[in-house]
Design a protein around this ligand. Structure first.
Ligand SMILES: *Cc1c(COP(=O)(O)O)cnc(C)c1O
Length: 359
């Protein structure tokens, strides 16, 4: 049976959270002398002298409409990174509790788990980058509090099979967090609308990818109201700045622009994948449901260095298990993708000229 109270670290369960001035009074008043702010203003054209809404109600109301999820089931963090970090801190007792991750995947899960000093159990994906559910179930122990999945997965670009994720959600009595940073680019809907079905589910999404707001730093966690309550209890009181809240509210009015970009990116992803496949040095382009492609390339490290000389930076994943010889390439604007392809062609021509076996 899923028992949330049993999963929460005892110190967090017992914690009385910090109660900020804005928590204790959030109504209308004429004179605010409760938070030791500067009553004159800020040395800027616009004033930021007041502490922001700790729970970001206006923002969440808009996000609730956009995602069709009630406000009380939404948490906002300083990037998804904060959501990942707080989830580990809420559930994993240092040196005692375990988190299962499935590499190759996003590196922050391991870093946050290590900072928390949680025990990390790695259950690698299969050769086709899917969940090895049997091995995951074998790895689960009474100390396993959290399983982190990523779909579409970074750096492989594929979605995890829905039936496999469902099996994990059904069979595991701990928390299952699904990182859907790239879900906007995927052909499947993801798990956001299945929160009622799975009380142990947390879905992470972000404004950093499709929304084009990586510099703003806003990530989202969606879960039961009870789980969201725990994250709210342990976050920094004012984790989303006033500037960020106002700016994101403006951006949320422009969903149509984001939808347009999404279509462009998906189209460019297709064009880039096809063009890469034409190159002799490219051994394989993995199918992608994200805004990047993973390509297996002969002498990937040399290719990476060559591209860098041309001023083009991609992500070298060639030393990552199951991604040997792979580069991860973000889908750029058409002219950027063309320059990348020209660079790869130039490299290839140089290799052919100096003989196929030369190094
Ligand atoms: C880019 C990315 C994120 C986004 O992180 P932010 O902190 O929201 O910028 C989250 N998860 C994965 C797998 C990513 O690749």
């Amino acid at each position: 049976m899923f028992d949330l109270q049993r999963l929460i670290r005892p110190n967090i369960r017992q914690l009385t959270p910090y109660s900020s001035a804005r928590d204790e009074f959030s109504g209308e008043a004429q004179i605010f002398l409760d938070a030791n702010e500067n009553a004159w203003g800020s040395p800027l054209p616009k004033s930021y002298n007041r502490y922001p809404d700790p729970l970001q109600h206006r923002l969440k109301a808009q996000i609730a409409k956009l995602k069709q999820i009630p406000e009380r089931q939404i948490f906002l963090g300083n990037g998804s990174d904060e959501c990942i970090d707080l989830t580990l801190r809420a559930f994993c007792e240092p040196q005692q509790d375990e988190v299962i991750i499935c590499p190759p995947t996003y590196g922050m899960y391991e870093v946050c788990a290590k900072i928390q000093d949680a025990i990390i159990k790695k259950v690698p994906l299969t050769a086709d980058f899917q969940l090895d559910t049997e091995s995951i179930f074998r790895a689960v122990s009474p100390q396993t509090k959290l399983i982190i999945l990523c779909s579409p997965n970074n750096p492989t670009g594929n979605c995890l099979r829905q039936e496999d994720v469902e099996r994990v959600l059904h069979a595991f009595n701990g928390i299952v967090a699904i990182d859907e940073a790239y879900i906007d680019f995927a052909s499947q809907p993801g798990f956001l609308h299945r929160l009622q079905e799975f009380p142990n589910l947390i879905v992470w999404q972000t404004f950093s990818k499709a929304w084009g707001l990586a510099g703003l730093r806003v990530g989202m966690a969606f879960a039961s109201a009870a789980i969201i309550g725990i994250l709210n209890k342990i976050k920094y009181p004012y984790n989303i700045s006033q500037l960020t809240q106002e700016t994101l509210l403006q951006a949320l009015d422009r969903v149509d622009q984001v939808e347009q970009w999404k279509a462009h990116i998906i189209q460019q992803r297709q064009a880039l994948s096809q063009a890469l496949q034409q190159l002799d040095i490219v051994q394989k382009v993995y199918p992608s449901e994200a805004n990047f492609v993973l390509a297996k390339i002969r002498q990937a490290r040399k290719v990476y260095a060559y591209l860098l000389q041309q001023g083009i930076v991609v992500r070298d994943r060639s030393q990552v298990a199951l991604c040997e010889d792979c580069l991860r390439i973000t889908v750029g604007r058409p002219e950027e993708n063309e320059k990348l392809l020209a660079g790869l062609q130039a490299y290839q021509a140089q290799q052919t000229a100096s003989g196929p076996l030369s190094h």
